[in-house]
Design a protein around this ligand. Structure first.
Ligand code: DAK
Length: 261
């Protein structure tokens, strides 16, 4: 692949968007390669993903403005669909995805980070939805996901003003969970991912599905979604092992890794 790097460290997969010359802006090729990279993740082996950008300046500086500038209506729709499909694939990916935001996260960059399960960033990160300054609306889910994450009032302010915000403000409004120095960011992301990967994988996947699907339902239906996914866990060997381990009073025992079964 030209623009996507993929590396596996233990049970953690790291996808790096690598188009540094254009601050990792998303063109069609990047979106196609990201889609293919997600399809290629071995879910037997990998239990948590990290998504980051190459270099020290930018996570993703948005959709590629050069490519978008000449699109016809039909091409614009096709480009939008390509982006939305891959963003939705990330959002509903069976295992958790952590966005490690190492600089600019503008437009489509902010939007792709919001398709991930959680966001942590470096102290030079800058977030924004500059689309209205370009004559368009956010097109990769920004109007929807930002309002769900930080509340409608703050989302509307960011989107209508097209004003960028820095890492401390992103932390304050709940857009990111934590801020680190550049050097600390990837170690922190890997530590967080490894902590998640140590837990029972089927239970973690079911939690992701319960939270995502439940947020789209009313509370009565959401509770039923949770009940079903809770029940599913009792068909897993990991549930039997996890509870038996807790109940076994042998002080010498050492917990084995969960088997993903
Ligand atoms: N697209 C293409 N190239 C980009 C880019 C982008 N979004 N951002 C940066 N670059 C390129 C620059 O053109 C420059 O290329 P060269 O001139 O060296 O060839 C190189 O990256 C370095 O950028 P700068 O020289 O500008 O670097 P600075 O440090 O001076 O400035 C910056 C960094 C991030 C503040 C600045 O580059 C900037 O403002 N970039 C644009 C940020 C932006 O407006 N992003 C939002 C794009 S709109 C849709 C779905 C989604 C979308 C639209 C439609 N549909 C459903 C149809 C999404 C839209 C967006 O994301």
């Amino acid at each position: 692949m030209d623009f996507i790097q993929y590396e596996v460290k233990g049970a953690v997969g790291i996808i790096t968007i690598s188009r540094e010359k254009a601050l990792n802006a998303l063109n069609s090729k990047v979106l196609e390669e990201l889609d293919a990279a997600l399809d290629a993740v071995n879910l037997e082996e990998v239990r948590c993903l990290i998504l980051t950008g190459a270099g020290e300046k930018s996570f993703v500086a948005g959709a590629d403005i050069g490519e978008m500038s000449t699109l016809t209506k039909a091409e614009g729709e096709a480009f939008g669909k390509k982006g939305n499909d891959v963003f939705r694939k990330l959002e509903t990916f069976p295992i958790p995805v952590i966005a490690a935001i190492n600089g600019f996260a503008l437009g489509g960059g902010c939007e792709i980070s919001m398709s991930c399960d959680m966001r942590i960033c470096s102290d030079n990160a800058i977030f924004g939805q500059p689309e209205v300054g370009l004559g368009i609306t956010p097109g990769f889910g920004g109007t929807q996901r930002l309002a769900r994450l930080v509340g409608a009032g703050m989302a509307k302010q960011m989107i209508y003003t097209a004003r960028n915000i820095k890492a401390p403000e992103a932390l304050r409004i709940g857009l990111v969970n934590a801020v680190y120095t550049q050097e600390e960011l990837m170690p922190a992301a890997e530590k967080l991912a490894a902590t998640i990967a140590k837990n029972a994988p089927i239970a973690v996947r079911n939690c992701k599905k319960a939270i995502n699907d439940g947020l789209e339902a009313d509370m009565d239906d959401a509770i039923v979604i949770e009940e079903k996914l809770f029940g599913d866990c009792f068909e897993s060997e990991d549930q039997k092992y996890g509870m038996a381990f807790f109940l076994d009073k042998n002080k010498e025992k050492v917990k084995e890794p969960f088997q993903n079964k």
